[in-house]
Design a protein around this ligand. Sequence first.
Ligand code: FMN
Length: 346
Amino acid sequence: MDHMASSGAGAETVEALMARGAAFLGSRYAILGGAMSWVSERNLVAALSNAGAFGVIACGAMMPERLAEEIEATKRLTSQPFGVNLITMHPRLLELVRVSLDAGVGHIVFAGGIPPGAAIKAAKEGGAKVICFAPALALAKKLVRSGADALVIEGSEAGGHIGPVSLTVLAQEILPYMRDVPVFVAGGIGRGEMLLSYLRMGAAGAQLGTRFVCAVESIAHPNFKKAFIRGAARDALPTTQLDPEFPVIPVRALQNAGGRRFIEHQADVIRRFRAGELTKESAQLDIEHFWAGALRRAVIDGDVENGSVMAGQSVGLVTREQPAAEIIEELLQQARVALMEMQARV
Ligand SMILES: Cc1cc2nc3c(=O)[nH]c(=O)nc-3n(C[C@H](O)[C@H](O)[C@H](O)COP(=O)(O)O)c2cc1C
């Protein structure tokens, strides 16, 4: 039976709508704490898992030894399941998979591109479940054929590196046609009502990032948290690209002096290229290197003027610092109330 046909039956609960996703993750709620480089380390990951959600460590550029240490430290803070997010272009990807498996991590999220077959195979043979990002329906199907056990569809509302399509559209393109594996939605979700509506469309659960940055347990610098509390949706914009000949990777972040300097930097590099002072390759590299280390500068050092303050559009819904468990309960409560109101109307 189409699960949507049961609406109005009165028996539908938020927990029931989340059952498939929660069973897949092994957590109480089908809510993933989206991995955020520098932010999603032991403290936030453990706090989210302890609160019934599913924390995910952001491996980022960590080397295998550092990742092993982070996993062990997280295990000391929680007995609940959590995952590891690995960036596919990491030069030691297979070793990172091995380290995660050796530590007993049950779920590996591959981000930043289509994962190599060998990495998916190694993860699955080691007993882990594989979660991949699907940017379109055709790729979603291909990823499932390649062994993905679950998918995340992330809309352009999200913080950090983004694709071009909003979750509103991705969800319509993918959710009705992809029922073989659980699909988690991400991007722009900051309240329970929104979570509920995607669950009722067939999503197995949701992945949130921005909403968790100001958790009390998050180690993000107070300046970083303050920028989130002050920030409005309209301040979280994708990187500006000056010239189609020199593509920049779109990243959604709060506007600051660094972003303005990046535009000037592109203009300067392109001028030097046109004047014959730089080759095309070195000009492109020069543009790409501008943001190196910039997220760390903002998250850890607190330099929110020059660093990269990656944030999604839901930043406008972040109004104060709160314990992770309170954020999770708030989301759940909003979803429950919205569902009850909906049921009362029929
Ligand atoms: C500060 C920040 C850093 C992020 N870093 C990563 C990362 O390292 N790897 C990744 O797969 N996603 C990263 N993301 C995306 C999140 O995992 C998540 O998918 C996204 O935040 C969901 O959208 P939302 O911000 O609208 O909730 C990052 C997001 C933010 C805000």
